[in-house]
Design a protein around this ligand. Structure first.
Ligand code: AMP
Ligand code: ZN
Length: 154
């Protein structure tokens, strides 16, 4: 699957290395990185490298690649953050709350009593995001179902 780049798309710019992110996983088809405005610590996004506006524009193959990464990543979040649950969310269209128009799957650790919300209120401290990414990458490498991942770092 080739990465198609839309110059105005922030996630395409992240894939191309033109914009900064805190990546936790990269393979030929998929990139996963820390959400810059997390709802909870560990809030991570998984995207296909190819630009699809959302689920409706995507392909089953691209969605399979995203899903394949979601399993070890959810387990890594469980290991690092010990949440009570993990909320998986995905928006299609403005009416559904979509604000970045490049397909992305949210993985959001949740604790009993935390409010269900899709968007965090403030930008995270970059050092904290970097530290979380280091711990998630380590958990992905050491997990029972460690996945093939290129060696990503901040
Ligand atoms: P959605 O509302 O489902 O489109 O979610 C878009 C998500 O992308 C939000 O949670 C934003 O905080 C997140 N986001 C926007 N820009 C960036 C960025 N440069 N790096 C990481 N996450 C971002
Ligand atoms: Zn894009």
């Amino acid at each position: 699957m080739s990465a198609s780049t839309q110059p105005d798309c922030i996630f395409c710019r992240i894939v191309a290395g033109e914009a900064h992110s805190h990546p936790v996983h990269e393979d030929d088809d998929v990139l996963a990185f820390m959400d810059i405005q997390p709802v909870e610590p560990g809030h991570t996004l998984i995207i296909p490298k190819h630009h699809y506006e959302n689920l409706l524009e995507s392909t089953p193959e691209a969605m399979a690649a995203v899903a394949r990464v979601s399993v070890p990543l959810a387990r890594a979040l469980r290991e690092v953050f010990s949440p009570d649950g993990i909320f998986v969310a995905q928006t299609n269209g403005v009416a559904a709350g979509q604000t970045v128009f490049h397909y992305h799957l949210h993985l959001i650790p949740r604790w009993h009593g935390s409010r269900v919300q899709l968007h965090g209120r403030r930008l995270a401290d970059p050092e904290e995001l970097a530290a979380h990414a280091v711990r998630i990458r380590a958990a992905l490498r050491g997990g029972e179902d460690a996945i093939e991942t290129e060696s990503v770092q901040d």
